[in-house]
Design a protein around this ligand. Structure first.
Ligand code: ATP
Ligand code: MG
Length: 648
């Protein structure tokens, strides 16, 4: 039988932390071993040190009904209290968010400001007749009212379901229906690339099919004039007008639900992932502190994700605020009005920690170095990535151009379902390798297994699994325990199966290899998409690449590649041959793409992830699968056109 997954790509560069960094780091060498000795004791200590409890838990893990694990089950707390109130006495004047609007307007919210706004809005929500446990849909852009709305829900024990503001009315209504939301919080419009995204109009459309929604609360942001329906719609500013800026936090149980969030939909229909209170807060505050090395008193931290994704929930809102972080929040597009908007913000606010996605990094590379290199960026000291495997060449670009050759890079692997970071370097501990998410976070225990669930020896590839429960894990798929069991817990009994392929090198470092569903079977070899794509991206003409296994009479599957070139390169027949040879030389002839199509873009989710399943549908002339989370529909038609005319 063939190996679970071939190991083709070799990467020998390594970047150890400097002694100075290690000396001042939040997480010190030894922390992994200490946690491994007794992982429950490790998490209990984090929960006691980092959470302010109304009633301290006496229990750590309840594993009586796996995989429906419970953490700190008899504890009582309030997450918004932990993010706000407890900081106020000594640090009320500290900035919580430096907010930058896309048109150039700015707002500064201190912890006192934020607490006051949250309380007023919570009182407003209460006046709408909502009760603990009710679901609230939030469909907004990146304005301060978004975290304010989330924290107000958390304060009252309402369960928020944030729907990314780039989604259509259909995506909104299906998510509202799936979790039976009572109200929607939105805004008239959001700024994006100089245009107004008509969030209120989309909401109106969505609410035609959601009879359970009684109210829409609307923030005035673009002020472009929207229809307000009498009795249903209420302006945010009217709702908070005259409300007290004090609001008692609900005393909640550790396992009460905190939020529902739908996955990105890269592999199919999104799943409504449910997270609860205490374990989640413990997980995100611990990882945020250790992975980003955040110092409450001095750092300026910027996670440039959208709060509509889990990255924003955990690392713009809950983790950073629990850790009393000063953060930056930016409303708009990274290339508006110019390609250097992000770098300008880093210089303006002296940002010291920056977290973004490989898809963004590849876009920066595509746009050209000059936009970055004219900026100082010297205040940066830690930089991170999340969302997809990062190709080693993109990692090196990030290291050189953003991290000025010295910032530790934290490549963080995790998912909506895991709530917090799972595999990652610790910047004062781990020697990084470009393209590797390195090792499990302290207190997390992972493995790479074959089809039969047996551990694959170091040097080999297979399926990533998590072998012990962890506090910030999903509790279920909302309303569908059976699907939760089927998708994550049935393939390898007793182990959590995230759906990603992975290999480990001789040092025990983990290398994520893409989705298991996307693995290509070529002449009896299981080949990961990531390794072939990284080989393509290591060619100087290539900015981005996606590969899929297309049905082939000879080899079972043949590798079909879709390649976006850097702005300086032009795609012709000779480059196709050059790229095929380049892949064969760098990782082996078995991985040589049979066909290559040049395209200006690739089909991506609205969170920017490549949707290989659509490329596979195109390659095999099939009707496209679920496209509700697709961001750029035009490109699919264009690629389909090119694929049908390209020869092998
Ligand atoms: P769906 O589950 O609906 O298909 P999705 O998996 O894209 O959507 P997310 O939870 O946003 O939804 O993404 C998690 C996935 O992103 C991981 O399972 C993994 O495939 C990928 N990922 C995230 N971070 C990394 C990383 N650092 N390296 C490699 N892959 C990553
Ligand atoms: Mg997923």
């Amino acid at each position: 039988m063939s190996q679970a997954l071939e190991n083709l790509l070799q990467e020998n560069r390594s970047f150890p932390p400097s002694d100075e960094f290690t000396a001042q780091a939040n997480a010190k060498p030894g922390v992994h071993d200490e946690a491994a000795e007794d992982y429950l004791a490790f998490w209990k200590k984090q929960a006691m040190d980092r959470v302010t409890w109304f009633k301290e838990p006496t229990m750590v893990l309840d594993d009586s009904n796996p995989p429906f694990y419970k953490w700190f089950q008899d504890g009582e707390l309030n997450v918004s209290y932990n993010c706000l109130d407890r900081h106020l006495e000594a640090h009320g004047d500290q900035v919580a968010y430096h907010w930058v609007g896309e048109p150039g307007d700015t707002r500064t919210l201190t912890y006192s400001d934020l607490a006051g706004e949250v309380n007023k809005f919570a009182n407003g929500l209460r006046s709408l007749g909502l009760n603990k446990g009710d679901r609230v849909a939030i469909y907004m852009g990146m304005i301060p009212e978004l975290p304010i709305a989330m924290l107000a829900c958390a304060r009252l024990g309402l369960v928020h379901s944030v729907v990314f503001g780039g989604f259509s009315s259909d995506a909104l209504s299906s998510r509202i229906l799936d979790s039976d939301c009572r109200i929607v919080i939105t805004q008239d419009g959001a700024w994006r690339g100089g245009n107004v995204v008509p969030l209120k109009d989309n909401t109106d459309e969505a609410l035609k099919s959601t009879p359970g929604v009684t109210h829409a609360v609307v923030v005035k942001r673009t002020d472009h004039g929207v229809a307000m329906q009498d009795g249903r719609d209420v302006w945010w500013h009217d709702l908070v007008d005259g409300q007290s800026d004090e609001c008692e936090p609900e005393v909640l149980n550790a396992e009460d639900p905190l939020y529902i969030l739908y996955t990105s939909g890269t592999t199919g229909k999104p799943k409504g992932i449910l997270h609860t209170q205490a374990g989640y807060l413990t997980g995100v505050s611990t990882t945020h502190s250790y992975v980003f090395d955040v110092k409450s008193d001095s750092d300026v931290y910027w996670c440039a994700a959208d709060i509509g994704w889990v990255t924003g929930h955990s690392y713009i809102v809950y983790g950073p605020l629990a850790n009393r972080t000063t953060g930056v929040m930016y409303e708009g597009a990274p290339n508006y009005p110019e390609f250097d908007r992000l770098w300008q913000i880093i210089d303006d606010y002296k940002v010291s920690i920056f977290y973004t996605a490989p898809t963004a990094i590849r876009a920066f590379m595509k746009w050209g170095d000059e936009h970055v290199d004219k900026h100082d960026l010297s205040t940066l000291r830690v930089i991170g990535t999340v969302g997809e495997p990062i190709n080693p060449e993109a990692w090196m670009w990030y290291h050189e151009h953003i991290g000025h050759g010295t910032c530790p890079i934290v490549d963080t692997w995790w998912q909506t379902e895991t709530g917090g970071i799972m595999l990652t370097p610790l910047p004062g501990v781990t020697a990084t390798k470009p393209g590797s998410a390195t090792t499990p976070f302290p207190g997390i225990s992972a493995d790479v297994v074959d089809e039969a669930g047996n551990s694959v020896p170091l040097g080999g590839g297979g399926f990533l699994v998590i072998t012990q429960p962890w506090p910030s894990m999903a509790r279920t798929i909302y309303g569908d325990d059976q699907r939760y069991l089927d998708v994550y817990w049935s393939r390898f009994p007793g182990k959590y199966f995230p759906g990603d392929g992975c290999k480990r090198d001789e040092d025990g470092y983990y290398w994520l290899l893409g989705r298991v569903d996307d693995i290509m079977l070529v002449s009896g070899h299981n080949i990961s998409t990531t390794e072939v794509e990284s080989a393509l991206v290591s060619h100087p003409s290539v900015a981005e690449a996606a590969v899929v296994g297309r049905k082939d009479e000879v080899s079972g599957q043949a590798i079909a590649a879709f390649v976006t070139l850097r702005s300086s390169a032009s795609g012709d027949e000779s480059l196709i041959n050059e790229l095929r040879d380049h892949v064969a030389e760098s990782i082996g002839p078995i991985a040589k793409p049979k066909s290559i199509v040049f395209t200006v873009d690739l089909p991506k989710t609205r969170s920017g992830k490549i949707m290989r399943r659509l490329l596979k549908d195109i390659s095999e002339n099939r009707q496209l699968g679920d496209v509700t989370t697709l961001a750029n529909a035009d490109i699919v038609a264009e690629i389909a056109e090119k694929s049908s005319t390209s020869s092998d």
